[in-house]
Design a protein around this ligand. Structure first.
Ligand SMILES: Cc1ncc(C[n+]2csc(CCOP(=O)(O)OP(=O)(O)O)c2C)c(N)n1
Ligand code: SF4
Ligand SMILES: [Mg+2]
Length: 324
């Protein structure tokens, strides 16, 4: 065998990974927690896309869901509550070649981190965002979150929560520069994977709200959706998500939806009965902030050098009597 062929084989071997290569530790989530299904889907995606563990990064805030980077044998950053987005944006700015994923909870993203969430949408940096929406604060043992449906009994709302739930889909769709919005549920793994894959391939801020079971604090909360396929509306389109014949036999409520149609996306996003699952909106033409800022026409090395020199000159201390 020639040296070139041997090198080629070695490179292929080096680039090939099994799912086990992306797994780390034993997840500490409760039995039946939807986070387990989300983890399985991302590990499968990493294997199928042959992502290099050294060039892949999972960023999170704080919460049960934010433990996900611990279980990935890639780089990870388990950040501060509500601050997954600024951490991920900083990393992407400095190392745009990395594949960046964000795991965030409904408290982490929609409550304490809401300001960062809004601006991250507008910045449209190329990353795949998984909002693990279990409609409760899981880690801190059952406080109402912004996405808890009205009437949810929790430790902070023992008589039931008072406000209508915040809808992460309509909020995201309302922000300037939005480029990808989808909804998935943890109990349909085939679609969860396909949506995650579409989000990964989209260049921009790909936001997936994943409705996630928390059997510990809200047992049975998603039972109505899980037990009756008629409560689910599958979104499909020849240029976006295709539905397998197996799924189509169970989930008969379907709509062909063009993800470029923002008006219809907003209407669908407001629906909870049936609950939409699929890609609501996708626009491949929104510029990413890291590309805008890294435009070589704006930042030539000469410009950077001259800018730095001018900054350093401000702090120059000249010897006494020397007015140069
Ligand atoms: C600044 C700060 N405030 C509050 C907390 C306490 N805290 C930790 S996780 C959490 C909420 C977690 O809920 P969510 O983001 O929905 O994640 P889940 O556990 O449900 O996955 C809170 C309030 C904290 N760690 N840091
Ligand atoms: S408390 Fe809920 S969200 Fe947290 S690990 Fe258990 S089931 Fe999952
Ligand atoms: Mg939560």
């Amino acid at each position: 065998m020639s040296i070139a062929a041997t090198e080629c084989l070695l490179r292929m071997y080096d680039e090939h990974h099994e799912i086990e290569d992306y797994q780390k530790g034993v997840p500490r989530w409760c039995t039946g927690c939807g986070d387990n299904a989300i983890l399985a889907a991302v590990q499968r995606l990493c294997r199928d896309e042959a992502l290099h563990p050294d060039k892949t990064l999972f960023v999170s805030g704080i919460g049960c869901s934010s433990r996900l980077p611990h279980y990935m044998n890639t780089y990870g950053f388990h950040g501060i509550h509500g601050r997954a987005f600024p951490v991920a944006e900083g990393i992407k700015m400095a190392r745009p070649e990395l594949d960046v994923f964000v795991s965030t909870g409904d408290g982490d993203c929609c409550s304490i981190g809401a300001a960062h969430w809004i601006h991250a949408i507008r910045y449209n940096m190329n990353m795949t965002v998984m909002l693990h929406d279990n409609q409760i604060y899981g880690l801190t043992k059952k406080q109402a979150s912004p996405t808890s449906p009205i009437g949810t009994k929790s430790n902070t709302t023992p008589k039931g929560s008072y406000l209508e739930a915040l809808n992460p889909l309509t909020v995201t769709l309302g922000v300037q520069n939005v480029s990808f919005v989808a909804q998935a549920v943890d109990w349909i793994p085939e679609l969860l994977y396909d949506i995650l894959s579409a989000a990964y391939h989209h260049k921009g801020f790909s936001f997936i709200r994943i409705i996630q079971r928390c059997p510990e604090w809200l047992p049975g909360m998603m039972d109505a959706w899980m037990k009756d396929p008629q409560t689910t509306l599958l979104l499909h389109h020849p240029k976006a998500l295709k539905i397998s014949s197996t799924l189509a036999r169970t989930y008969t409520r379907m709509e062909e939806h063009d993800p470029l149609n923002m008006n219809r996306a907003r209407e669908i996003a407001s629906e909870t009965d049936p609950i939409p699952v699929g890609i609501l909106y996708q626009n491949p033409n929104v510029p990413c902030y890291e590309d805008v800022r890294h435009d070589p026409r704006l930042r030539t090395s000469d410009l950077v050098r001259r800018g730095l020199e001018a900054e350093f000159d401000k702090f120059t201390v000249w010897p006494e009597g020397d007015d140069a």
